[in-house]
Write a protein that binds this ligand. Structure first.
Ligand SMILES: [Zn+2]
Length: 351
């Protein structure tokens, strides 16, 4: 096929989309509605979770661009949709064309549009820097049973959790810089580092829990954060493989919750980090029974995530069960998880 004609078609969709990205994203990506309503504000990222890393570009109607502090900038609407939905460029192009009322006459191109050289160079540099930094942090961190990881063991013990050498996804970094949402350096803290793995177990990034020397959570705005990752990788399907892969596998949101589940029920349990990622979790091929150890949230976010994951698993032919902690959410709290249940069980005079 003539790539020139195909490229013209892509250009043509791009031209029609310019100035209308606000509406296009509203149609195709309801998860961006809040950010589109308040373009100056920061929102939780629909891909990796977090508290307030995402905002739309000032000129989002013109470009369709958004930026997440962790997932990186998405320069235009096609990049935004590919990142959000896991679509290929031709898929994104087809969806945008459909929203714009295009007919089947528009060909789907097999070539991507030529990116601006300067953008590509900056992007490649960012990706290379992030890979290097991730590798460096992991190498600087001590395995959980190492004598240098005392702070990590103190933290986990303090949360009521046992420490074993099987927990190889967790390490302690002795002195990790904490940077606020505007990129400003605040201070250095020891940090629990967790390896975030893709469905094929390749490392995507690291999850950080900032601690104090005496093993508490550090007094910072977001003590738990995902390290920014290269934009040629995706968080879709990712998890922290807290313990080994298994035929019967548990999945929870938090790392500490996963550890509590393993202690309570003696089954391997992984951590999806948050409700957003739990909904998109991709179990390993050998898993035949996926047990979701959901959080019981007042907002029902945990329940919705379990529903989303259940829909995704419907045709997989694997057994799927959801388990909520059998305790009530205390007055004034946002929710309870399986670690809360474990602690309630060990408290004197409790269930
Ligand atoms: Zn993100």
């Amino acid at each position: 096929m003539d790539t020139k004609i195909q490229r013209l078609d892509a250009d043509e969709v791009r031209r029609r989309a310019a100035g209308r990205w606000d509406q296009i994203l509203r149609s195709l990506a309801p998860e961006l509605h809040d950010a589109l309503d308040k373009p100056k504000k920061h929102f939780p990222c629909p891909v990796h979770g977090g508290k307030d890393g995402l905002r739309v570009f000032k000129n989002v109607a013109e470009t369709g661009g958004v930026v997440c502090n962790t997932c990186g900038p998405k320069a235009d609407g096609f990049a935004t949709l590919r990142w959000l939905k896991g679509w290929t460029f031709p898929e994104a192009l087809r969806e945008v064309d459909a929203v714009l009322g295009g007919g089947p006459a528009v060909l789907v191109p097999v070539v991507t549009l030529p990116a601006k050289q300067v953008d590509r160079a900056a992007r490649d540099q960012r990706n290379a820097d992030l890979r290097e930094y991730t590798k460096k942090l992991w190498a600087e961190s001590a395995p959980i049973m190492d004598e240098k990881a005392e702070v990590l063991r103190r933290y986990l013990n303090g949360r009521g959790l046992a420490v074993t050498e099987d927990i190889y996804a967790l390490r302690l970094h002795p002195s990790l810089p904490y940077v606020d949402e505007d990129g400003k350096f605040v201070a250095r803290y020891p940090a629990m580092i967790a390896r975030v793995a893709a469905p094929d177990n390749a490392r995507i990034t690291l999850h950080r829990t900032y601690l104090t020397e005496d093993g508490h959570k550090a007094p910072v705005e977001s003590a738990k954060k995902v390290l920014p990752y290269p934009d040629d990788l995706t968080m879709h399907g990712a998890a922290i493989r807290v313990s080994r892969s298994a035929v019967v596998l548990g999945i929870s949101e938090g790392i500490e919750t996963a550890l509590a589940v393993t202690e309570l029920f003696d089954i391997p349990c992984w951590a999806a980090i948050n409700a957003t990622l739990l909904g998109g979790f991709e179990p390993p091929a050998e898993t035949q029974w996926l047990m979701v150890f959901a959080d019981k949230d007042v907002s029902q976010a945990g329940e919705r995530a379990a529903d989303t994951l259940w829909e995704k698993m419907l045709d997989r032919g694997i057994r799927f069960t959801v388990h909520y902690p059998p305790i009530d959410v205390p007055e004034g709290e946002k929710g309870v998880d399986w670690l809360d249940y474990k602690l309630a069980c060990s408290a004197p005079g409790k269930p």
